[in-house]
Design a protein around this ligand. Structure first.
Ligand SMILES: O=C(O)[C@@H](COP(=O)(O)O)O[C@H]1O[C@H](CO)[C@@H](O)[C@H](O)[C@H]1O
Length: 273
């Protein structure tokens, strides 16, 4: 049996505030040593993910922008792979809607409803950096978006949020929420992408057990699509209280500390969390 690991980044493998994965180093080394595929499945852009691919020397497929794109390195699988197009050295399976359509729709919704928003497309790199705590270079990479627009509602109230989400639905699009932001997306989510990629791994290796790790609502579709779903704690030491599915295992530890605990329990000790 082979394990395949799908992981969220912000607030899960990397710390919500510092964006560091240092606390997860022991478990990351364990996966390398055992040659277990680690698949990033995040709201982050391809350009942002490629930084982690290089830093962690993690040459596996990855899933960008809430399931918008699945990027599979050429010749990674031996099986005959169906994909939508080639981009550099990737075969790309595209599930998302084009960024410009999503961004234009969001702006239109904000104007017609009179509800003010701020979105990455209308923010400078400096503003994204200040709002996220990302350094300037990383903030620039977060703005190179393909399948998902990121936004905040100014002076957010429940009423304003539900009106915006209703209008996004009427326009034929979907929404989700990460640790910091709302997102407008097309007919994709992390779960759909995880199911497609898991099926490909199952064709290649037959006996596969999938593990998924996340912290927030936008991880729920991913957690619902794996064999072993794991929720790490958020800053303040709580698990996201809106995630109540009893099948999801709650691991102790905030972000990468919880990530490290979960991987070492399951992979090293072979035990339940
Ligand atoms: O919505 C959010 O809070 C995060 C969630 O990212 P994950 O899916 O948790 O990796 O994503 C946005 O903000 C990040 C910076 O905090 C950016 O790096 C991402 O590109 C953006 O989508």
């Amino acid at each position: 049996m082979r394990y395949i690991i799908f992981t969220d980044l912000d607030g899960t493998l990397i710390d919500h505030d510092t964006y560091s994965y240092e606390a997860a180093r022991p478990a990351l080394s364990l996966l390398k040593q055992k040659d277990i595929p680690l698949i990033f499945c995040t709201s982050k852009t391809r350009a942002e993910i490629e930084v982690y691919v290089k830093e962690l020397d993690c040459r596996h497929p990855f899933i960008s922008e809430n399931g918008g794109g699945i990027f599979i390195p050429e010749e990674y699988f031996d099986i005959d792979l169906k994909f939508d197009h080639k981009l550099g050295n990737y075969n790309v399976i595209e599930l998302g809607t084009s960024y410009s359509k999503l961004k234009d729709t969001l702006i239109e919704i904000s104007k017609s409803s009179g509800i003010e928003i701020i979105n990455f497309g209308n923010m400078t790199t400096e503003e994204v950096s200040e709002d996220t705590g990302l350094d300037l270079h990383s903030a620039g990479l977060a703005k190179i978006r393909e399948y998902d627009e990121v936004f905040r509602i100014i002076d957010e109230t429940e009423d304003k949020a539900s009106r915006i989400m209703e209008l996004i639905g009427s326009a034929g699009y979907n929404h989700t929420r990460g640790g910091r932001y709302w997102h407008i997306i097309g007919n994709n989510d992390k779960g759909k992408a995880v199911r497609i990629l898991s099926d490909i791994y199952k064709q290649q290796f037959t006996d596969v057990t999938t593990i998924g790790l996340g912290d927030s609502m936008n991880d729920l579709p991913m957690l619902g699509s794996v064999d072993i779903p794991v929720l790490v704690q958020k800053p303040g030491s709580l698990h996201d209280p809106s995630i109540t599915d009893p099948k999801i295992k709650h691991v102790k530890g905030i972000g990468p500390i919880g990530w490290n605990n979960a991987i070492s329990e399951i992979i090293e000790k072979g035990s339940e969390i």
